[in-house]
Structures are given as structure tokens and as C-alpha cells.
Design a protein around this ligand. Structure first.
Ligand code: C5J
Length: 223
């Protein structure tokens, strides 16, 4: 018997606290703060910041309950040997991955911009996954860590909805994890991609997973 039920689309999802993990995708300064990689691609980063406050509430609840917390960071080694040249060139940005930005080298591990925003900063014992791609499972040990912890359900927050969140949810779904994405805890630079990204996940009876929100998550977690 599952100990928790979260109200969600397309229908409620049952889960257990012991086999659930909170997965926070790429809440890095480079995506949500001015001067970072997201802005270098021409995006208005302020729109993503709305996801920080509700994610913080869910994060705090998970911490209190001892639910596993996993943070991811998109980025590359300082020598960029793990960055495909195609990724670096894509979009013909005025500043590329590895170039100097206002918060250090863009999307490079160790730079200030690559790190997680202070509001959601990992605490001791939380897992931090450094990923070179959009998906959290690609070229990382995330699956091994989740399997070793007997995790079945992922409560998903982060940015951006249609890129790294969607890619990671699809990867997780193919590996047999149930994902519930909290719509106010994920963000896109493009409102139309926010709604399309969420609609794709829950379409066709939840083809990739479930969509809910922070209020429902908090109710389910702290019932
Ligand atoms: C992007 C991400 N959008 N974390 N990364 O390049 O979604």
C-alpha cells in the first residue's frame, strides 16, 4: 500500500516517501540569473525565477521528511573535452560555452554561474549530478544512484521545462521511474513551450508521466 497520493493529471499518483526522490534539474545561476548562459542565448531569465520559491517549499518539505534529494547541473569540464563541438556552435551565440561571462566561464564546472542558485543550494547528504547533456541520465551515474536507493518515483522541478526537464523525464520514464512534474516548479523562457512541454508529458494517459503542482505535492508529502 502506497503511503501517499498526489493529485495530478491525468490521474492521481500513489507513492511512498521511502521510494521517492525530489529531482531538481539545473537550477543554476547560468540559467536563471542575468549574465549567464541562458541570457547569452538571448533569453529573458526573469521568467524562470518564478519557479524558485515554490521549489524551495517542496525542497524544505522533502528535507524535513528525509525524502532523497537530487540536484543536477548542466555543464562541462574546464578543458571542454566532454562538450560536443556541435553543442558549442549551436545557435551561433555571441558568447559560447567556456567563454568568460559575468559569473565566470559559461557552463563550466567550478564557475560561479555553473553552480546552483543560493535559494536551493544543496545541503550535506544531497546528491549532485554533473551532466554534460540535456538529459540527467546521459553520461551520469544517476540511474545507479537511484536504483541503489530503491527509488521508484521522481518528483521533478527545474529548468527548462521543454529542454532538460522534458529530456530527463523521458529518460526516466524509459527506465521505469514514475515522474510527477510540478508545473509551478518548472520554467521555460517561452510561455508556449512551458504549456506544450507539460501537455506532452501528461497526454495519452500520462505517456511520460504526471503533472501536478507544489500545493498538491506539499499536501501529499505532509498529509
Ligand atoms: C538548456 C536546460 N535549456 N537546463 N538547458 O540548455 O534546460
Amino acid at each position: 500500500m502506497a503511503s501517499r497520493v498526489i493529485s495530478a493529471d491525468p490521474y492521481e499518483l500513489e507513492f511512498d516517501l521511502k521510494t521517492a526522490a525530489l529531482l531538481i534539474i539545473d537550477m543554476q545561476r547560468d540559467f536563471v540569473e542575468p549574465g549567464g548562459f541562458g541570457e547569452s542565448l538571448g533569453n529573458d531569465v526573469s521568467i524562470l525565477r518564478k519557479a524558485i520559491a515554490p521549489t524551495k517549499l517542496v525542497l524544505e518539505a522533502c528535507r524535513k521528511l528525509g525524502v532523497m534529494v537530487v540536484h543536477t547541473r548542466e555543464g562541462h569540464r574546464p578543458d571542454l573535452t566532454d562538450c560536443p563541438p556541435s553543442k558549442m556552435a549551436r545557435g551561433r551565440p555571441k558568447r559560447k560555452i567556456g567563454d568568460d561571462g559575468a559569473m565566470g566561464r559559461l557552463l563550466v564546472r567550478g564557475a560561479k554561474g555553473h553552480d546552483i542558485v543560493p535559494e536551493l543550494y544543496p545541503v550535506s547528504g544531497e546528491v549532485v549530478i554533473d551532466k554534460p547533456g540535456k538529459g540527467a541520465f546521459y553520461a551520469t551515474d544517476l540511474e545507479l544512484i537511484l536504483r541503489n536507493a530503491n527509488i521508484k518515483t521522481l518528483i521533478v522541478c527545474g529548468v527548462t521545462t521543454e529542454v532538460c526537464v522534458n529530456t530527463s523525464v523521458r529518460e526516466a520514464n524509459d527506465r521505469g521511474f514514475n515522474c510527477v512534474v510540478l508545473e509551478d516548479c518548472v520554467g521555460s523562457y517561452f510561455p508556449e513551450f512551458q504549456s506544450a512541454g507539460l501537455a506532452m508529458i501528461k497526454a495519452q494517459g500520462g505517456i511520460f508521466g504526471w503533472v501536478s503542482n507544489s500545493k498538491n505535492a506539499l499536501q501529499a508529502l505532509t498529509k
